[in-house]
Write a protein that binds this ligand. Structure first.
Ligand code: MG
Length: 393
């Protein structure tokens, strides 16, 4: 029995992780559930999955949950309830936890995930911002602590599978596929008029709001390039992106002999989640399969980097190195939030990020070593800078 802690149990990956746990009750149990704001859903999850520990990032909401949890049965069966970042850390580092699914979006998951790595927990990583912001620190800590980081992102799960048994020195390049989002065929002028509803309507994947907007701008793919750089130890010059609207090929690896290895399957996040939970075993899927023997058309096209500048910004941040990717990630988080709040337009997003990257580069010492402290400082600088910019309009 693997005991799972979920950072972000009420989000898209969190709820789908619980689907996998429910499908294999003899193999997995939910030891710790953590959430931020969706207390109602968390209460239902507690009633169904009977976790041992609960943590709420926002301590103010805990009182309600304590009262709610009292109705779920008290005494030996009731979960312990923790709050704040300290609470999240307790929930993921508990000695009984075997594997942590890191699925809190944005920078909130960084410190709890690092603490889980230090505690020797296997990580199923769904939060790509953690590697974008702090890839060097995270991977170095994983090496030191002998911890496996298993990608829950569908593209990286695909690459992980393609690379099984391959010599890493014989990789020519990794090719990440992108659906292209809902606006892949739009002309640049039409993009200035699109609404948050249009942008939240992803054609193939069912995901959280932040990652859905990032998919529409192609920033999600940019983050995934940086994520692949850290996970697979490749320079970003060896990581390419191709637009594949059907989302059937989840990604590819080209070897030096010219062979292309591809991983394909249904567009169902429960499959990469199940892969991370069961690795290195494979379990029979309870969900619909993808029948490749039917008639399908698969198309592949290069991305339009002029219409979608966010992809190029991510490559640029990775080339600049140091804390530039932190600024990229945090500025994107702020810009997407402002777009979702109707404070800026869709095409304003890349400009806000590019401006923050340039201003930070001018202010920062690029030769200083990257530490958790310098990352936290860059995150804070970006929040303050973009906050002011977004208010000033
Ligand atoms: Mg992905």
């Amino acid at each position: 029995m693997k005991r799972i802690a979920i950072l972000g149990s009420t989000g898209s990956v969190g709820t789908q992780t619980l689907d996998v746990i429910a499908a294999f009750p003899d193999r997995y149990s939910a030891h710790s559930l953590t959430a931020n704001t969706r207390v109602d859903l968390l209460e239902r999850q507690i009633a169904r999955f009977r976790p041992r520990m609960i943590a709420l990032a926002d301590g103010g909401r805990a009182d309600r949950l304590v009262r709610g949890a009292a109705g779920l049965g008290s005494g030996a069966g009731a979960p312990s309830i923790h709050t704040g970042v300290e609470g999240l850390i307790e929930a993921v580092t508990h000695p009984d936890v075997d594997l942590v699914i890191s699925a809190l979006p944005g920078s909130a998951g960084l410190v709890p995930t690092l603490k889980a790595i230090e505690a020797g927990k296997t990580i199923g990583l769904a939060n790509k911002e953690i590697l974008v912001m702090a890839g060097e620190v995270v991977m170095e800590s994983a090496r030191r602590n002998g911890v496996d980081i298993l990608p829950v992102d569908s593209e990286h799960c695909a690459v992980h599978q393609c690379l099984a048994g391959q010599d890493p020195d014989r990789i020519e390049r990794v090719i990440l596929t992108a659906s292209g989002g809902p606006f892949r065929n739009s002309d640049p002028a039409a993009l200035t008029r699109i609404s948050t509803t249009d942008a939240l309507n992803h054609p193939t994947w069912n995901m959280g709001r932040k990652v859905t907007i990032d998919s529409a701008t192609l920033m999600n793919k940019g983050f995934e390039v940086i994520e692949a750089h850290w996970l697979f130890g490749l320079p970003v010059s060896k990581i390419d992106v191709v637009i594949h609207p059907q989302s059937i090929i989840h990604s590819m690896v080209e070897m030096v002999d010219g062979s292309l290895l591809a991983q394909m399957g249904p567009t169902d996040m429960r499959i990469p989640i199940q892969y991370a939970l069961s690795y290195p075993e494979r379990l029979e899927t309870p969900w619909p399969r993808f029948d490749i023997t039917r008639s399908w058309s698969l198309t592949l096209d290069p991305p339009d980097e002029d219409t979608f500048p966010c992809l190029g910004l991510a490559y640029e941040a990775s080339r600049r190195g140091a804390t530039a990717p932190t600024v990229l990630s945090t500025a994107d988080e702020m810009a997407v939030e402002a777009f979702l709040d109707h404070r800026i337009g869709f095409t304003d997003i890349p400009g806000i990020i590019a401006d923050a990257m340039d201003r930070h580069a001018a202010a920062a010492d690029g030769s200083a070593p990257v530490t958790l402290e310098s990352i936290v400082a860059a995150d804070r600088w970006t929040r303050a800078y973009c906050g002011k910019k977004l208010i000033a309009g």
